[in-house]
Design a protein around this ligand. Structure first.
Ligand code: BJW
Ligand code: ZN
Length: 279
């Protein structure tokens, strides 16, 4: 159903009556736009630059091999930034929706969140898949050890580099190192050209297989494998609802606007205070 001639309010009513209440397994697929209102930059568009680099240029194994200091400076900057940020109204709407689904009696629906975000701002969701890893996990390039790490800074020498406009060029010995084997650590995130964890891919398959409503929230839909999920669900007869400030996917329901403003109403979880005027 095309909704370009419908008001947001009417779209919401149709969405709730026709799909939200009737769906059995609802999955939210989230991208950087979910955290935009928290002040975390997106990858593409205006916020997608760090120093003079496009963020996506640095999210590659090649960039890390060529200049591990620059890539660590980039991730250190993002860790420090995210540590100052809080979940926004859209994150909260997802948490509240999950609570609502879990506490319903009788239980008629299930819910899962698959996020491409590595910022941890959805950590209050119980059924959460962080498909691209986490800014707050490291992996040793030598022994493979994976560890949660919230140290600020993650290495002493990185302190203050977040304010620099230029490369600091730290030697490897000053970059984050493994407590077990002293090998160089890397952020435990999925870079371009790297395969996603097999267990994660299997979990995602299970969620998509049963999904009859996919909420696509704040993602440009350019990066695979996530970019294929809407068509997978759609091909199996599931409905797609997109929440984005601009047009991205062709979907059954398109909510154009900030997900912080729209999601709570669409999922019927806004309390009185949070209610906003819909156009
Ligand atoms: C709002 C908003 C508000 C703003 N409210 N909305 C098939 C075809 C072609 C290529 C490939 C393919 N399969 C695999 C590839 C290669 C590659 C790929 O997809 N390339 C494409 C660019 C074409 N994929 C991979 O390499 C993946 N690996 C893989 O598939 O392995 C097997 C394989 C390898 C090679 C070949 C074939 C198979 C791995 C992808 C890993 C992506 N990693 C990153 C970095 C993670 C770590 C980190 O954060 O540093 O993940 S890149 C970056 O993009 C990050 C994001 O999670 C991801 C998606 O970005 P996202 O979230 O959509 O952000 P934006 O900025 O693009 O969009 C934000 C949106 O929000 C916009 O639409 C705004 O309008 C909106 N918005 N404010 C609502 N308030
Ligand atoms: Zn190690």
């Amino acid at each position: 159903m095309r909704n370009f001639f419908l008001s947001l309010e009417f779209t919401t009513v149709l969405f709730v009556i026709l799909v939200l209440n009737a769906s059995k397994h609802i999955v939210a697929l989230c991208g950087a736009g979910l955290s935009a209102e928290s002040g975390v930059p997106t990858f593409r568009g205006e916020g997608g630059f760090w120093r003079t680099f496009q963020a996506t240029e640095l999210a590659t194994p090649k960039a890390f091999e060529k200049n591990p200091s620059r890539v660590w400076e980039f991730y250190h900057y993002r860790r420090e930034l995210v540590l100052t940020k809080k979940p926004n109204r859209a994150h909260k709407a997802l948490v509240d929706f999950e609570k609502k689904v879990l506490s319903a009696n009788p239980k008629t629906q299930t819910f899962a969140v698959i996020t491409q975000n590595v910022d941890g701002l959805s950590s209050n969701i119980k059924n959460l898949i962080e498909m691209h890893g986490s800014l707050f996990k490291t992996r040793c390039t030598k022994c493979g050890d994976r560890t949660e790490n919230y140290d600020s800074p993650i290495a002493l020498a990185l302190k203050g580099t977040e304010n620099s406009q230029f490369d600091i060029n730290l030697p490897i010995e000053k970059l984050p190192s493994c407590s077990k084997c002293k090998g160089l650590l890397r952020p435990d995130v999925v870079w371009f050209g790297e395969c996603l964890d097999n267990d994660i891919l299997m979990k995602i398959d299970v969620e998509l297989e049963r999904c009859d409503l996919l909420l696509v929230i704040g993602t440009s839909g350019l990066v695979y494998p996530a970019a294929a999920y809407a068509s997978i669900v759609s091909a199996r007869g599931g409905k797609i609802a997109v929440f984005n400030i601009e047009k991205t996917y062709d979907a059954d329901f398109e909510f154009i606007g900030s997900c912080g403003e729209i999601l709570g109403n669409a999922l019927m979880v806004n309390d009185g205070e949070d209610k906003h005027e819909v156009v």
